[in-house]
Ligand binder design. Sequence first.
Ligand code: HEC
Ligand code: HEC
Ligand code: HEC
Ligand code: HEC
Ligand code: HEC
Ligand code: HEC
Ligand code: HEC
Length: 312
Amino acid sequence: MKKVLLLLALLLGSLYFLSPPASAETFTCLACHSTMKGKIRTDKGVLIDVQIDEARFSQSVHGGIGCTTCHKTFKDNPHEPPKGDVSKSLSELAGLVSPKAKVDPVAYAACSECHGDIYKRVSESVHGKNVMEKKQSDGALCIDCHGSPHYIMPSESKDSSVNKWNIVKTCGECHDKEEIAKKYNLGTHIVEKYDESFHGKKYKLGLPGAPTCVDCHGAHDIKKWDDPQSPVAWDNRIATCGKCHPGANKKFVAAITHKPVGKHNPIPFYAEKGLIILTAGTIAFVIFHVFLEAFADIRDRVFRKRKEEPHD
Ligand code: HEC
Ligand code: HEC
Ligand code: HEC
Ligand code: HEC
Ligand code: HEC
Ligand code: HEC
Ligand code: HEC
């Protein structure tokens, strides 16, 4: 089956010579990968999409980069056991991202060669640590937010998954999931709560100044909300909200919350508990009062009357 596929790919690939792409090497890869269609299960049992849309790839921000700049261990006339010259630091990084990268961890690590600063910040974020320290595959790395590495568009483009008008949906891919919220003890329906907030409503109306998730949390360096480095930690909130609300103070910044009431945020929690105690107290007092009055009444009628009656 695989042999037939390969032959077919080579055959179709020869048609491809009519419109050669930028680099000769990329050209050989695309000879197969732009013509093959569908999903294939690799020897390691991972289901992959073998087709690369050449037009979309060449229009993407990486259109001028050769395939093997990222896929360093893949040489053409594939794929002899992938091996190639990979620096020690890159292969270490590849090891760290392997819980996430099931196909080619080296390619996933290769982003760091050109976007080193961003890679470092992501590694130290709550998302990066989830993969690289906790060895889970739930946290977000580059492709989770930016989409396929082959078709990344500039963030201003409406086709970019991190564009202002797409980012809420992109974060929602995970933060709308019950399993993720439960596993990491996070608030549920975060996106729904955002949608219902002042900000979410303005966002839906297309107001350019309305904040999205990344205006409050950052993008590459997202931290847990109570981490002192988080822009939404209590001590940093005045600055964060103040970007758009000059004159924001402690009382103002407590207005926004999308956590379950009472979990961490002390203000709504005690406010609610206080209200419950007050209500219950009032009811108890009223009941007690009615009871006392009734008792006084009975006492008056029964005992006092009796007293008034002559004894003998
Ligand atoms: C002769 C056709 C052909 C050529 C040329 C080719 N590939 Fe592939 N490639 C395949 C097939 C078929 C698969 C399906 C999975 C498999 O059998 O490993 C694949 C799978 C892959 C995968 C998925 C990972 C994996 O382990 O399967 C990557 C990454 C890849 N190719 C990159 C490249 C790169 C980079 C080049 C150019 C240097 C290239 N390919 C050239 C046919 C080809
Ligand atoms: C900017 C870096 C980069 C470039 C350039 C690049 N790739 Fe990839 N490619 C990746 C990454 C990262 C993955 C995902 C690896 C993983 O999840 O393990 C990937 C995955 C793949 C896959 C598997 C698809 C799947 O469903 O996961 C194939 C096939 C592939 N690349 C082929 C190519 C070919 C052919 C080219 C050149 C036309 C190319 N790549 C260029 C980074 C790149
Ligand atoms: C060989 C260097 C190189 C590698 C490797 C590389 N990139 Fe890039 N990347 C670039 C260049 C050059 C640009 C275009 C920069 C620009 O236009 O400002 C770019 C742009 C981007 C952008 C869009 C920036 C914007 O304008 O919004 C993203 C996102 C991105 N890369 C992510 C990745 C990811 C993810 C990987 C790994 C899968 C990767 N890059 C690997 C060189 C690289
Ligand atoms: C949690 C989501 C998320 C993850 C994970 C993520 N990005 Fe981004 N990235 C964004 C957003 C959102 C923007 C848009 C610009 C902004 O608001 O900062 C962006 C912008 C960029 C840019 C262009 C703008 C700039 O700051 O230079 C590059 C390049 C980039 N990302 C690369 C990467 C790489 C490489 C990785 C993986 C190491 C990565 N990103 C992981 C969300 C993410
Ligand atoms: C691929 C799934 C995924 C995507 C996409 C994603 N996240 Fe997350 N996020 C997680 C997981 C999983 C955790 C919990 C990690 C942990 O605690 O180990 C998390 C944690 C967080 C936290 C910390 C919560 C706390 O404990 O205080 C914030 C804030 C956050 N994400 C915001 C965002 C934003 C904003 C975006 C979009 C730019 C985004 N996330 C995209 C999976 C994702
Ligand atoms: C990127 C800019 C931006 C950031 C950051 C931001 N907001 Fe807003 N906020 C807005 C806009 C825009 C409106 C809608 C204003 C209007 O319609 O007049 C708004 C409205 C509000 C309102 C409704 C009442 C009012 O004053 O209009 C509250 C309350 C509010 N924001 C609180 C916060 C808090 C608390 C934070 C920080 C956790 C915050 N905002 C961060 C832009 C922002
Ligand atoms: C106006 C600022 C603002 C916006 C916009 C915003 N957040 Fe938050 N977020 C906060 C603050 C403040 C907290 C701290 C905890 C609290 O008080 O709710 C927080 C907490 C969180 C948490 C941790 C919740 C927990 O229970 O531990 C996650 C996850 C999160 N935000 C994700 C998102 C996502 C996803 C979006 C976009 C849909 C988003 N946030 C939009 C301000 C914001």
